[in-house]
Design a protein around this ligand. Structure first.
Ligand code: ATP
Length: 241
């Protein structure tokens, strides 16, 4: 279980996260919804150790404290982030990018079987393992980013806007693949603007507004929630009733 308690984050005077509470279990898929600037990326970055939360915040994995640890230690403890914009190395090949993901000590055993799993998940990467990452399409680069994160043998995989800039058919494929990742027992925490497709593979979701969690429910209930439909699914629930 990944447990976040009273997590707050400041950028100077700006309170980007205000006492956020959230939990996710291994094998569970949790989606975080919210408008631009709600704090979704900041939440993932805090968990990943890329920004430092306010004292009193708590982030724990199976009871072990993650708060305040550097990013590489958090990867070592089993939490990996696929950042917004992917963060892959364009002048390295697909395979070199994947191998960079396996630097964690926890990933040294079973490195070749994990690589085989990534290539099975993304056959296109297998065909193009020697191609430079910056010559790949947006969807393929997203596969490289996810593949690289999986190479660290995470218990929890966090994804920041994985569908950004991808064609609808590519998004559908990507989420089908994430469903397979989840079947391996990995917990998924997904920040997504594509609410319908992300809730369709999720177990639960959280709603964020101005740095706070303002709602939490099962994915099914959120899909039916008029407030979610109005805010994120472009439905006019006043007239559709
Ligand atoms: N490095 C930073 N310095 C100062 N303010 C920041 C920084 N990063 C984010 N913020 C601010 O913190 C708030 C939350 O930003 P964050 O990127 O977490 O939101 P988000 O929900 O992920 O939004 P988006 O969907 O647009 O990416 C915003 O008001 C943003 O302007």
């Amino acid at each position: 279980m990944l447990e976040i308690g009273d997590l707050s984050l400041r950028y100077g005077q700006h309170l980007a996260l205000d006492q956020v509470n959230l939990r996710a279990a291994k094998g569970e898929t949790v989606v975080i919804l919210g408008a631009n600037g709600a704090g979704k990326s900041s939440l993932l970055k805090s968990i990943a150790g890329m920004v430092k939360p306010v004292a009193g915040s708590s982030i724990a994995l199976e009871g072990r404290v993650l708060t305040g640890r550097p990013a590489h230690e958090i990867v070592e403890m089993g939490v990996a982030l696929v950042p917004e914009g992917r963060g892959i190395f364009g002048d390295l090949t697909v395979e070199e990018n994947l191998l960079l993901g396996a630097y964690a000590k926890r990933a040294r055993n079973g490195e070749s079987s994990r690589r085989a799993f990534v290539y099975e998940l993304f056959p296109k990467l297998a065909q193009r393992r020697a191609q430079y990452a910056n010559t790949m399409s947006g969807g393929e680069q997203q596969m490289v980013a996810i593949g690289r994160a999986l190479m660290s043998a995470p218990d929890f995989l966090m994804l920041d806007e994985p569908s950004l800039g991808l064609a609808p058919v590519v998004v559908t494929e990507l989420f089908a693949t994430l469903r397979r990742v989840r079947e391996t027992g990995v917990g998924l925490i997904i920040v997504e603007q594509n609410v319908k497709v992300s809730l369709s593979i999720a177990d639960r979701g959280y709603l964020m507004e101005a740095g706070r969690i303002v709602g939490e429910d099962t994915a099914e209930a959120l899909l039916r929630d008029p407030a979610v439909q109005r805010a994120f699914l472009g439905m006019n629930t006043e007239t559709s009733k």
